[in-house]
Ligand binder design. Structure first.
Ligand SMILES: NC(=O)c1ccc[n+]([C@@H]2O[C@H](COP(=O)([O-])OP(=O)(O)OC[C@H]3O[C@@H](n4cnc5c(N)ncnc54)[C@H](O)[C@@H]3O)[C@@H](O)[C@H]2O)c1
Length: 415
């Protein structure tokens, strides 16, 4: 089939039945928003509990506004969840892409999801990977599809379109953020553009699959590197006796300087993970990106040392053990997500020293299977040493107390 024929095919074909593989933090909101625009969406997840929860109009993740949208879409008959894929017009792959122990990307979920839709692909199908992926993954899946279904060569559309939403604001951002869309060829890009135009209000930017894959990795590596700079500054300032928060505020008065805020490390399933997709595939070329990962990981270990030293100093000065409050466990402010959280890493390390008076606080979580949680006001009142690990809003409302040793790693009391 020549390109013109393919283009006609692309514009003629319906794209109303969507099969969304993976119903997690990204897949479920995507499926729900598409369903809200009147598309017929079948959400597929290997987790039966997830499928049952969604079909009953409920959700298994915390995201503002999502439950209402799911309820509406399910009640309207536009969204149905299933453990098995079926035939559709568009296949979206939105499954996890973690890394293995040695920081190598694991694309086995993407491969399994691709294999699961293989029997249903037909002439004119659009297959899109949204999962954050190493460069070349879309081409690998193209090869896999053509190896198993050679009759589909040149007959289907394959593209990559990464997601860049902020948890907590996913419903809005999914619809309004700009998207980068890269096909394995121009007609695939056009077909995917036409699909996303059905439910995305942000601008759609065309490119090829490899650039789109690299774009997502670039965005998160860029954030990681910029945070590493702030974290490194915080360590230098600590040694130099300079208030890093004041310093950054002053430096940012320069019209072309924009330094981010330091913290106790970098966490989450994106910024702390995705740069490894580059360092693993391009080890010689990604020196700065690799160093930034190291600096951000080191910052957490440095915080552990600072806490231990503060405890020892307290013991020497007061000849008794202090009550220590670790304030925050989440990987960033005002969420309940602990994935790859540096605060959680610090808490686990401090717990190993078997401190009697250790209090752990996370106001966004009611109970945890490892950590015994204490109310933040109670912990703040009782503690001799207060360690701020996450800048949750609740903590910012506390009054600074001169009678406590305060280790403020996230700028709670910055001026
Ligand atoms: N969460 C975010 O904020 C965010 C932002 C941008 C990009 N991403 C990327 O999006 C992708 C998905 O992330 P997420 O946070 O939604 O993951 P998640 O873990 O919340 O959800 C993934 C879902 O996929 C299901 N699944 C796994 N294999 C499957 C298969 N073969 N068939 C059907 N379902 C399967 C799992 O059961 C799970 O429910 C990842 O690549 C991630 O890096 C996530």
């Amino acid at each position: 089939m020549c390109n013109i024929e393919r283009y006609l095919l692309q514009t003629d074909l319906e794209m109303d039945k969507i099969i969304c593989i993976g119903l997690g933090y990204i897949g479920l909101p995507t499926a729900t928003i598409a369903a809200g625009k009147g598309l017929n969406v079948i959400g597929v997840d290997i987790n039966e509990r997830v499928v049952d929860t969604i079909n009953s109009g409920n959700i298994h993740i915390i995201e503002p506004g999502l439950k209402e949208s799911v309820q509406k879409a399910v009640a309207a008959g536009n969204l149905r969840a299933s453990t098995k894929p079926e035939q559709g017009d568009v296949y979206l792959i939105v499954v996890p892409t973690p890394f293995r122990g040695n920081h190598e990307p694991d694309i086995t979920y993407v491969e399994a999801a691709t294999r699961s839709v293989l029997p249903f692909l037909k002439k004119g199908s659009l297959f899109v990977i949204e999962s954050t992926s190493p460069v070349g993954t879309t081409e690998k899946m193209q090869q896999l599809i053509y190896a198993e279904r050679p009759e589909l060569k040149g007959q289907i559309y394959i593209a990559y379109c990464p997601e860049r939403v902020l948890p907590g604001n996913i419903i809005y951002e999914l619809e309004h953020n700009d998207r980068v869309i890269g096909g394995i060829d121009d007609v695939s890009t056009e077909k995917a553009m036409a699909f996303y135009a059905k439910f995305v209000k942000g601008t759609l930017h065309k490119t090829n699959a490899r650039t789109a894959e690299m774009c997502k990795l670039t965005e998160n590596s860029s954030r990681d590197t910029q945070i590493a700079f702030a974290n490194e500054l915080s360590i230098i300032c600590d040694k130099a006796g300079i208030d890093v928060w004041e310093l950054i505020e002053l430096a940012n008065k320069h019209p072309r300087v924009d330094i981010l805020q330091p913290g106790c490390g970098v966490g989450g399933h994106c910024i702390a993970v995705d740069p490894y997709f580059l360092t693993s595939d391009f080890p010689a070329e990604s020196q700065l990106i690799a160093k930034s990962r190291e600096v951000n990981n080191y910052k957490s270990a440095w915080c552990v040392e600072k806490i231990r030293n503060a405890v020892l100093e307290y013991e020497m000065k007061h000849t008794k053990k202090p009550i220590v409050a670790l304030m925050g466990l989440a990987f960033k402010p005002n969420i309940d997500d602990l994935r790859e959280s540096p605060a959680k890493y610090i808490a686990q390390n401090i717990m190993q020293f078997e401190m009697d008076g250790l209090q752990i606080v996370e106001p966004n979580i009611k109970a945890h299977h490892i950590f015994k949680l204490t109310d933040y006001k109670v912990a703040y009142e009782q503690a001799d040493i207060v360690v701020f690990l996450v800048a949750h809003n609740e903590f910012k409302a506390l009054t600074q107390r001169a009678d406590k040793v305060i280790l403020d790693f996230c700028g709670i009391f910055k001026r």
